[in-house]
Design a protein. Structure first.
Length: 361
């Protein structure tokens, strides 16, 4: 058996191996299981579980090690939505087991089957695609989002998944409360943006299943076809809500290609994966979504304002964990500065939106 000292943070190796032996089909020898962090600290912790001498592989997901906010990182919710979407037109990994006993490894977790595919996380990966492949990749990303928003949540048994009525009002208030719980310094612009968002709430839209963090690097593409999505990942913020919130979040992570239009202001979040020929512009993404879904994008600037603010507050929580030494992995030293940039981006979108309650010039 691998020594416990070799197990990554967040994993009690002996206890998790016993759990796998008793609850996960296909485990030939639990003593051979090893754990590797493949995504750590920015949201839920994700580990690849492998057999040392066999082909078996699984994925284990658990909450962060510290600074877990109320209602966040609920493993049973994430497990349930994945189980519900099995066999739908939205590809998801197959879930295997849910452990709600925090005594096993310090927090609830769930296990799902490993999916072979490619996640585009680095600019070099999208640079290696042809322009035609980039176009088909973007089209698939939008098409799957439209499929998700087209699912009848009553028909699949998710009618109690959330409350679509008043979704945006609750979102604004919830994220402002999360800011108060997470903030490591004062940023008065956050409160100003919150006031404007509450004053300019759009009418209630039709409720749909929203992913909550839909973006290119939360999808897995087929290894032999970047135009086919084999799994949509990271459902921890899924609920019933306004479909344009998913579209707006996707746009915040998107950079227009060279010579592309600038239909929406403010830079994309993080490293640019899409500033290359073949990828559509933000405006083209929004228009394709609108055409396929039949939904108006007239007020999308409101949703963009909220999306930038939401991302700033999420990153502030990560920054708080980093300051406590409770992150797993590297790349957290600039997160605090990113928070400030996102707050400014949110304010700029509001100020230039043309929506009176947001603009307030």
């Amino acid at each position: 058996m691998p020594p416990v000292d070799d197990d990554p943070p967040g994993i009690n190796g002996d206890a998790v191996r016993r759990y796998f032996a008793e609850n996960v089909p296909g485990v030939l020898d639990p003593r051979e299981l090893t754990f590797e962090v493949i995504s750590g600290g920015r949201s839920n912790l994700t580990y690849r579980v492998s057999a040392e001498t066999g082909p078996e592989r699984w994925i284990l997901r658990r909450p962060p090690l510290a600074h877990v906010l109320p209602t966040a990182h609920d493993m049973s919710r994430e497990y349930r939505v994945l189980a519900t979407l099995q066999g739908s037109r939205v590809p998801v990994p197959t879930v295997v087991s849910l452990c709600e006993d925090a005594g096993v490894t310090g927090a609830p977790f769930y296990v799902m089957n490993y999916v072979d595919g490619v996640v585009l996380r680095e600019p070099a990966q999208t640079a290696a695609l042809t322009p035609a492949q980039r176009t088909s990749c973007a089209d698939a990303l939008i098409d799957v989002l439209v499929e998700l928003h087209g699912i009848d949540y009553h028909a699949v048994g998710l009618q109690n998944w959330g409350r679509p009525e008043g979704y945006l009002d609750r979102q604004v208030r919830r994220w402002l409360e999360q800011w108060e719980r997470s903030k490591t310094r004062e940023l008065p612009l956050v409160d100003e943006i919150g006031r404007r968002l509450l004053a300019g709430l759009p009418p209630n839209s039709d409720g749909v299943i929203v992913h909550g963090d839909y973006r290119l690097d939360n999808t897995m593409l087929a290894s032999d076809d970047p135009g086919r999505i084999v799994a949509v990942l990271d459902w921890e913020m899924s609920t019933l809500g306004d479909p344009l919130s998913d579209l707006a979040l996707l746009l915040t992570y998107w950079t227009d290609p060279p010579g592309g239009g600038n239909g929406f202001t403010s830079a994309a979040v993080g490293r640019s994966l899409t500033a290359l020929p073949g990828f559509p512009t933000r405006q083209e993404i929004a228009e394709r979504y609108s055409s396929l879904s039949g939904r108006s994008i007239e007020l999308v600037a409101y949703y963009l304002t909220l999306a930038y603010l939401k991302l700033a507050i999420i990153l502030e929580g990560i920054h708080a964990r980093y300051l406590k030494g409770a992150t797993v992995g590297t790349g957290f030293d600039n997160v605090g500065a990113d928070v400030e940039s996102l707050v400014v981006a949110s304010f700029e979108v509001a100020r230039n939106s043309g929506i009176p309650a947001l603009a307030r010039r």
